[in-house]
Ligand binder design. Structure first.
Ligand code: ZN
Length: 276
């Protein structure tokens, strides 16, 4: 296997410039080299390629057929090379830049900024044209920490989450309103609300009373889930805790976490059997 030589990119660029300018001497001037250095580069390139690239035509530099092919490849190679550099260093640079400027210098900005944005298409430029005092204040403000830039995905996800939260909040609010509505309408009488026909014949409540460790009786209505505490304010029906506590409960008092409440229909049935 033969060992390949590596062509020098700098030499390929000299070839391209020399062809554009029409002479090695002008290329040397443009590239800041001596004419002999340029000549040497071209000689080495011809040696590496094993072909003669130029033919003299008076003072003008003319390419041979091999030279045309070499120039074509050289330009493609340089193009790819330059693209690589641009991509890695320039075009891939993304972010935000803030420019503050006084009115005096604002006239040069359009051309400068359009050149900048063509070099760095993913950079966002924020421009402020202000007086000196406002610019100084803005500089002080930018030294304060600010929020990192968000990706499109992050913004979309956050918007989605916010919508979801708002919906969930609205749902919980409606559930609370619904519960409150039912509690206000419930007369806590065994068997259900006034919409129910299953009332307890003895007017007993559907409240389960539970004696806490502190020996306080707290209740919960099995129909509407309303809780009864000694410190309760008057309810929608104008009754307080004492009123409901005095009422006979359909359920047994439970203690220490043991709760027992009975089936109101079965109780009616039992009392029917007992009374008849
Ligand atoms: Zn109730």
């Amino acid at each position: 296997m033969s060992v390949r030589i590596n062509l020098d990119l700098d030499t390929l660029r000299t070839l391209s410039v020399a062809h554009d300018l029409g002479s090695l001497a002008r290329a040397a001037e443009q590239l800041g080299r001596t004419p002999s250095a340029i000549s040497l580069q071209m000689k080495r390139l011809q040696d590496d390629l094993g072909a003669s690239l130029f033919r003299k035509n008076g003072r003008k530099l003319v390419l041979t057929e091999g030279g045309v092919v070499a120039l074509d490849y050289a330009r493609r190679i340089l193009n790819l090379h330059d693209q690589l550099l641009d991509t890695m260093q320039g075009a891939s640079m993304a972010g935000q830049i803030r420019i503050g400027c006084t009115q005096d210098f604002a006239s040069v900005l359009p051309s400068v900024l359009s050149h900048f944005s063509s070099l760095y298409p993913r950079m966002q430029v924020e421009l402020r044209i202000e007086g000196n005092a406002a610019l100084a204040a803005a500089i002080i403000k930018t030294t304060e920490p600010r929020e990192a830039l968000k990706t499109k995905e992050q913004i979309a996800r956050e918007a989605n989450d916010a919508l979801f939260d708002a919906n969930a909040k609205e749902l919980r609010k409606r559930q609370r309103e619904n519960l409150r509505f039912n509690q206000d309408r419930c007369d806590h009488i065994a068997g259900g609300s006034d919409l129910s026909e299953q009332r307890d014949v003895h007017g007993r409540t559907s409240i389960v009373w539970h004696r806490t460790d502190a020996q306080i009786d707290v209740g919960v209505c099995t129909t509407c889930d309303r809780h009864f505490h000694p410190e309760d304010a008057l309810d929608a029906q104008g009754h307080d805790y004492t009123y409901w506590r005095r009422k006979p409960s359909f359920n047994k008092l439970s203690t220490a976490g043991f709760r027992q409440f009975m089936n109101p229909l079965k109780a009616q049935h039992d009392s029917y059997l007992r009374d008849s």
